[in-house]
Design a protein around this ligand. Sequence first.
Ligand code: TYD
Length: 209
Amino acid sequence: MSRPEAPRFITIEGLDGSGGTTQLRMLHAAFLARGEACIVTREPSDGPVGKLIRAQLGAPPESAVRDGVLPYLFAADRRDHLDRVVLPALARGESVLSDRYALSSFAYQAEAHGLDRVMRLNQDFPAPHLTILLELDPAVCLTRILARGLPRDRFETLERLRTIQQGYEAAVRAVSGGAAPWNIVPIDASADVDTIHARVVEAVWPWRA
Ligand code: TYD
């Protein structure tokens, strides 16, 4: 495989507690060390809709929007994030590394909304060039989440993490078929951070291996 000329849109996915944010930071450093321009971003984004979503995820259940509202908010945030951050960076020639993207909606919102409906809501958005999927046992994820000592959001219970894991499996099957399959590389996230980073690097620059 030869080195692509164009900047790339790379997303990192996985359950809460699977280590995506750490790996994204390490990948960003690897890009910069290679002299390749790139930015780091995330969903929910830091734009107005993303801020609304974060507030809602942390709000008490009696006053927060129900799960069935979230697919619309995440889709609105994604449109805003693409227009405001992702597409302009790619147009400037910079790669974009995003902590979560549409695969999160397919995995997390399918329970409340149905996978087909969530996919339809996201059908206008471009597929990333590469998605790294960090795979880790939900019980291990929960142990890590609890160790952080931060308030937990609505998804951070063992039961929901197990459902979301199944959601990821169904989502990967759904986007791997069809005329334009997503390029998804699953990585065992139970290893130490440096080993996982080495696997991420292999996935991002396979022609170097
Ligand atoms: P997360 O990246 O975990 O943010 P933080 O580190 O600030 O907690 O994202 C917040 C939550 O949002 C996480 O539990 C996954 C969820 N989420 C969805 O349910 N659907 C989506 O489309 C996205 C992008 C995230």
